[in-house]
Ligand binder design. Structure first.
Ligand SMILES: Nc1ncnc2c1ncn2[C@@H]1O[C@H](COP(=O)(O)OP(=O)(O)OP(=O)(O)O)[C@@H](O)[C@H]1O
Length: 573
């Protein structure tokens, strides 16, 4: 199985720990068999009143074997778990590294709750592959073969019975457990995905659901999903339990077989009676060692499924071409040229951008205005190489975006998106997201420029900036962008939640800092656009008007009408 090849490769990296774990497991298994076999032999020998030294040797052997078993079992557990955790940590890191370049596309295709549950659950499931699938059979077979070899010294037929027992417990019982397993586990996985989607949606939408009186309904849905998952898990556990019972039944049957065959051989004179208890004890112990085989199919299937889904999720990463070598330098002024650019979102009926051609010289200030949904944000996403144009090409400093390494574009850009993300931590930590170093004085000066003078750098920021107002979030995001050294400013409605006075102050500071830089500003408000070199008016994915503020006002077109409406709304008409 191809997907499990990733795991096998990861296991090879941990071969030293795995080898020690296997040796430890083998010694523990064989010491257990010898321990109980010796006990059986000791019991039988006492009947014949052997010399005292025989009893002393045998009881000492029992004690030594007991100690050996405990010590080697400890070593086995220690090294197998050590190998598992290193394996998991390597898998997590390599999986995450593959996942990162796939965003945001992958998040657009999947519901985030389901995706989160899948990734976390699947990576966790993989830990069972080594601990419960790959390595127990190796130990079971080794211990069985050693026991069969030992038994054959006493009786060929007894050894055959042990081999039969091995085939039943290692292959027949797991095979039977596998039947029906697929269906049950499929249902558990589906139900788990439903539950985590419900939980994520309830957590993210808690406030809106409460305000719209939908919280109870949604909570009930969550309870149903949770109860359904519990039912499916119970069914899966019952199935597994049936497998374990079947295994216990089979092993006891074999032990009875050993007793009957032993009695028959003793009666025939081909086996000494003193060995019977020893063989029975050996059979009971060796089959106990094989107990993990009963649950192996469940874990195997789970791991295979998890590995398959993880491989599917990151498969696209392997298909992604390596990033081109072109670089956009941070300290260079940046010119933009869009020629014949069109873009259509996947599965959308109409294009978001249609045949856009515009040159934006280095150092110029351009505003994009237009009704909601006209394609303004999409332009920024294309410039940042987060999406690829369906048609046409975009040049940055004369180089096609296709030829540029995306990381260098992000490095050279100061970006404020419509919804900036904030992490749980302090204001300082949220300002210093990039690797640039800034003193506290610089940070405070920047907060001042962004009109957040009363904020302390040690103030706590909750997850997603929950304790900040929308306006504060926007100013913090602006301060974060203003700390960067890029020469391209891409600002998507960065001040839409600010009052006019604060907006103008922030804007002036921004324009002063970006004096020689290229600035692209998406704005719904038309106030303050007088200072822009060029204003583009967009509608339904096209640029329908372009010019300076005064040119557009003179044209008395769409922009002029928008301006009149805005003036009326703010009472300045
Ligand atoms: N991830 C997406 N998947 C599918 N369609 C999308 C996606 N994002 C945007 N669109 C569609 O593309 C079109 C342009 O969207 P875009 O966000 O660029 O508009 P906008 O002018 O920035 O809007 P707003 O002013 O409301 O932010 C819209 O019709 C929108 O529905």
């Amino acid at each position: 199985m191809n997907e499990l090849a990733i795991l096998t490769k990861a296991m090879i990296q941990e071969r030293k720990d795995i080898a020690i774990a296997i040796i430890g497991g083998f010694i523990a298994g064989i010491a257990g068999v010898c321990l109980f076999a010796t006990s059986g032999y000791l019991i039988s020998q006492t009947v014949f009143a052997p010399p005292l030294y025989t009893l002393i040797v045998l009881t000492s052997l029992v004690k030594i074997l007991g100690l050996l078993r405990a010590a080697s079992r400890y070593a086995e557990r220690l090294y197998s778990h050590q190998a598992t955790f290193s394996l998991l940590s390597n898998l997590r890191t390599s999986f995450f590294a593959k996942l990162v370049p796939l965003t945001p596309g992958i998040l657009g295709q999947k519901r985030s709750g389901e995706l989160l549950a899948r990734i976390v659950g699947d990576v966790e499931s993989l830990q069972h592959y080594f601990l419960r699938v790959a390595y127990p059979p190796v130990i079971v077979v080794m211990v069985f073969l050693a026991t069969v070899l030992f038994t054959s010294a006493f009786s060929f037929w007894m050894a055959c019975l042990f081999v039969l027992g091995m085939l039943i417990t290692a292959f027949v019982v797991p095979g039977l457990v596998l039947l029906g397993q697929r269906k049950i586990h499929g249902r558990v996985r589906r139900q788990r995905a439903v539950l985590s989607t419900e939980v994520t949606e309830l957590l993210y939408g808690f406030r809106d659901l409460k305000v719209y009186g939908q919280l109870n309904k949604r909570e009930q849905k969550l309870h149903h999903a949770s109860a359904a998952l519990a039912d499916e898990q119970q069914a899966a556990a019952r199935h597994l339990l049936r497998g374990q019972s079947l295994h216990a039944f089979a092993t006891h049957l074999i032990s009875w077989g050993v007793l009957v065959l032993g009695a028959y051989l003793i009666m025939g004179g081909s086996l000494a009676g003193v060995y019977l208890a020893m063989l029975i004890m050996a059979s009971l112990t060796v089959f106990e060692e094989a107990a993990p085989m009963a649950t192996l199919p469940a874990y195997k299937q789970d791991s295979e499924h998890a590995a398959k889904r993880l491989a599917e999720t990151v498969h696209a990463a392997d298909l992604l071409p390596p990033q081109p070598s072109g670089v956009l330098f941070v300290n260079q002024g940046i010119s933009i040229e869009l020629s014949g650019v069109s873009f259509q979102y996947k599965d959308e009926g109409r294009p978001a951008l249609r045949d856009i051609s515009l040159p934006i010289p280095a150092g110029s200030k351009t505003a994009i205005v237009g009704p909601s949904g006209s394609g303004k944000t999409t332009i920024i996403e294309l410039l940042l190489k987060l999406r690829t144009p369906t048609d046409g090409q975009i040049l940055l400093n004369g180089a096609s975006v296709k030829e540029l390494d995306e990381a260098s574009i992000w490095q050279a850009s100061n970006v404020v998106l419509q919804h900036s993300h904030f992490f749980r931590g302090t204001i300082r930590e949220n300002l210093l997201l990039n690797e640039e170093c800034h003193s506290d004085e610089e940070l405070l000066a920047m907060l001042d420029k962004a009109q957040l003078p009363n904020v302390s750098l040690d103030d706590t920021v909750y997850e997603k900036g929950e304790n900040l107002s929308e306006g504060e979030k926007q100013r913090l995001a602006l301060a974060r962008a203003m700390l960067r050294k890029g020469r391209l400013w891409l600002l998507d409605e960065p001040t839409s939640s600010l009052d006019y006075v604060t907006e103008q102050r922030v804007f002036q500071n921004l324009l002063t800092q970006a004096e020689d830089d290229t600035l692209l500003l998406i704005s719904h408000r038309l106030t303050g656009l007088e200072e822009m070199d060029r204003i583009l008016v967009m509608d339904q994915g096209r640029v329908i008007e372009a010019g300076t503020y005064s040119e557009l006002m003179e044209q008395k077109g769409y922009f002029y009408e928008l301006k009149q409406i805005e003036l009326q709304m703010i009472g300045e008409a």
